[in-house]
Design a protein around this ligand. Structure first.
Ligand code: NI
Length: 167
């Protein structure tokens, strides 16, 4: 049975950690991947980065399908921007309750390892492209809130700190 992992909430300092590359896709890494997928679905998210579950490794999982039946795993993902721009309302499991407009590249290419440790390359656009860019930001210690105005950032920070204090 997969385990539900606790998700760090912004502005937790560990969300700022830069994740390390996975040296080898060991059984422990596969277990982490499976727990991340389980946690993402259980939290109704479309993406999750290992940094968000306090594991500073370069792993992201996502599923942007309607049916929630096609999880994608990217280990050590490297993004190359192909072109275009798109803007959409983004949310984040580490920033519960907030949705804000963020501009991203439209088309990207991604080089990564899959759950079996095999290298693959894929092109993504639309929501999948946005999601990959958002999750890879987490691996570099970045949160979508960083793209917002100072005022919005401090409003979100204060609100979430208050919620945490009340919990
Ligand atoms: Ni996020």
């Amino acid at each position: 049975m997969p385990t539900l992992l606790p998700i760090l909430v912004y502005p937790h300092p560990n969300l700022r950690r830069v994740a390390n590359p996975v040296q080898e896709v060991t059984p422990e890494v596969v277990t982490l991947v499976d727990n991340m997928i389980h946690t993402m679905y259980a939290s109704n998210g479309i993406g999750l980065a290992a940094v968000q579950v306090d594991q500073p490794l370069r792993i992201i999982v996502l599923d942007v399908s309607e049916a929630k039946d096609s999880p994608h795993v990217f280990i050590n993902p490297e993004i190359k921007i192909v072109g275009g721009k798109q803007t959409s309302e983004e949310g984040c499991l580490s920033v519960p309750g907030f949705f804000e407009s963020v501009e991203r590249a439209e088309v990207i290419r991604v080089l990564a390892l899959d759950r079996d440790g095999s290298q693959f390359e894929t092109e993504a656009d639309g929501l999948k492209s946005i999601c990959i860019q958002h999750e890879v930001d987490h691996l570099d210690g970045k949160v979508f809130v960083d793209y917002l105005s100072r005022l919005k950032q401090s409003r979100i920070r204060k609100k979430l700190l208050k919620t945490r204090a009340a919990a």
